[in-house]
Design a protein around this ligand. Structure first.
Ligand code: NAD
Length: 485
């Protein structure tokens, strides 16, 4: 069947079949494999292939061989391929959503569906974007033009909290700007990525998108690889540092989307009651396993006690459970490493004797990595729960007295991913937003993203941005061309 026919009638991908790597347009088996668990049940869902060094090198070689022809295609042809990819993903949407809930844990009927829908929309829309050449200076005898040329092969490394969205966020801008890619998903959630890689092989030319799964080692191999021009990484700040160090050999370009400890500041006299559901979702959505989750909530001392009471009353109605159950509000913690981290944080909260008006005790006799919705009332600023990124359904609600003081406390962190300010006087809130050290600050709204809106962290929350024109530009070299007329 030729390519056009394949796109019109994409072969059904068998979601029950064994998982394989995608290298140079082919599905490739491996000698080694690793187990992938359902975090709600502890059961093994599948065995994922573990790429060996030769296979990873073959994936990079395939991406390198495919890149010149891919970059040489007219922009509209690349856009068409990527649009076709969005259609092919759409045809498999239901299976991808179920797989996401099964390996990641997030509720199928809410967060998993939103993630997959949004990811497909993103691919479709980014396909339409391009960076056109600009004439930045022109005189009677001289012209200066700035163009954007592809970098070559991009290595992409993704985390386990939003594996479908964050993966496709990297693929679409990378390919549309004429690069090819080798992607390595988190070993905790490789399955959805392997399947969307498999789907890509039906519509994209061989070698344009290659997927290699494995452990952390495979990530390191990518960052060291001399034929990779850029690493697009999303994960923790600790791993981001390692990625930066090991990318130095050939001076790889880097986009690092790292951790956060996002503050939300409720200014005095905020009519907070109608905001509680939004604030709850922004802190506890995806069971708190979200880089831009609200991780510290500051409420003026005049409202703090009432706010805690009302927030707890609302939060107590939320139910954690298996994401396949439509009554579940919050899924489990995705993996045992993160579950252990949370157990240690919960033990610290207990040992220090902080006030815990909701939750606080992890029932370890339960099947699955479940952690109760927990609120910590006004712990000290130097407590672990305030200083660290918990990545779980636990939130400190802190009291403050002065606006200057809360700005200082909100900024007293090495992180700077995002923040939000809420208040009755929009200009006063914008003034506070301007003083917060974060890549994105929302005022009286939260978690809005867009194809044309750059997103990235300040301080140790990252380097560079994804999305928007700036995000596209990070997949390119800036090339200045000058000529005498
Ligand atoms: P992680 O850093 O442990 O792992 C991320 C990826 O890096 C995985 O694929 C892992 O296998 C790989 N990896 C591990 N060691 C490596 C090494 N030495 N070299 C190369 N790759 C290596 O992060 P995680 O636990 O999967 O994800 C959670 C973290 O991600 C949180 O800190 C969260 O805030 C952050 N995050 C940030 C954003 C953002 O956009 N800023 C989005 C989502 C998650």
């Amino acid at each position: 069947m030729n390519r056009e026919a394949r796109i019109q009638h994409p072969a059904r991908v068998d979601f029950d079949a064994p998982y394989r790597l995608s290298i140079d347009g082919k599905l490739v088996e491996t000698t080694d494999s690793f187990e992938v668990y359902n975090p709600a049940t502890g059961e093994v869902v599948a065995h994922a292939p573990s790429a060996d060094r030769e296979q990873l090198d073959a994936a990079v070689a395939a991406a390198k061989a495919a890149q010149p022809a891919w970059a040489a295609l007219p922009q509209e042809r690349r856009a068409k391929y990527i649009g076709d990819y969005a259609d092919a993903l759409d045809a498999h949407k239901d299976e991808i959503i179920t797989l996401l809930t099964t390996e990641q844990g997030k509720p199928r009927h809410s967060m998993a569906t939103t993630e997959v829908d949004y990811a497909i929309y993103w691919v479709r829309e980014v396909a339409k974007r391009s960076l056109d050449e600009e004439v930045i200076e022109e005189t009677d005898d001289h012209v200066v033009k700035v163009a954007h040329t592809p970098l070559g092969v991009v290595g992409a490394i993704t985390p386990w909290n939003f594996p479908i969205l964050l993966g496709l966020w990297k693929i679409a801008p990378c390919l549309v700007t004429g690069n090819t890619m080798v992607m390595k998903p988190s070993p905790y959630t490789p399955l959805g990525t392997l399947r969307f890689g498999e789907i890509a092989q039906q519509v994209l030319p061989p070698g344009v998108l290659n997927i290699v799964s494995g452990g952390n080692e495979q990530g390191r191999w990518l960052t060291e690889h001399p034929d990779i021009a850029k690493i697009s990484f999303t994960g923790s700040t600790a791993t981001g540092r390692k990625v930066m160090a090991s990318s130095a050999g050939n001076l790889k370009r880097l986009t690092l989307e790292l951790g956060g400890n996002d503050p939300a500041v409720l200014l005095p006299d905020t009519d907070y009651k109608p905001l509680i559901p939004t604030l709850f979702d922004a802190a506890y959505g995806n069971s708190g396993q979200w880089c831009i989750a609200i991780k510290r909530l500051y409420v003026h001392e005049s409202q703090h006690a009432d706010f805690v009471r009302d927030f707890v009353e609302y939060a107590a109605t939320k139910r954690a459970g298996n994401g396949m159950d439509p009554d579940t509000d919050l899924g489990p913690i995705q993996n045992s490493m993160q579950f252990e981290k949370l157990k240690s944080l919960f033990a610290d909260v207990r040992q220090q004797g902080y006030k815990v008006p909701l939750g606080g005790t992890i029932d370890e006799s339960q099947t699955g990595n479940f952690v109760p919705v927990t609120v910590v009332d006004d712990p000290p600023d130097d407590s672990r729960i305030v200083r660290e990124e918990p990545f779980g359904p636990i939130l400190p609600i802190l009291a403050y007295r002065e606006v200057d003081e809360v700005v200082e406390r909100a900024n007293d962190t090495d992180f700077g991913l995002a923040a939000s300010v809420w208040g009755p006087d929009r200009d006063a809130a914008i003034d506070v937003a301007n003083r917060l050290e974060a890549g994105t600050v929302w005022v009286n709204e939260i978690h809005i993203h867009g194809i044309d809106i750059p997103f990235g962290g300040h301080k140790q929350s990252g380097m560079g941005v994804e999305n928007g024109r700036e995000g596209l530009a990070e997949f390119t070299n800036t090339k200045t061309l000058m000529f005498h007329k």
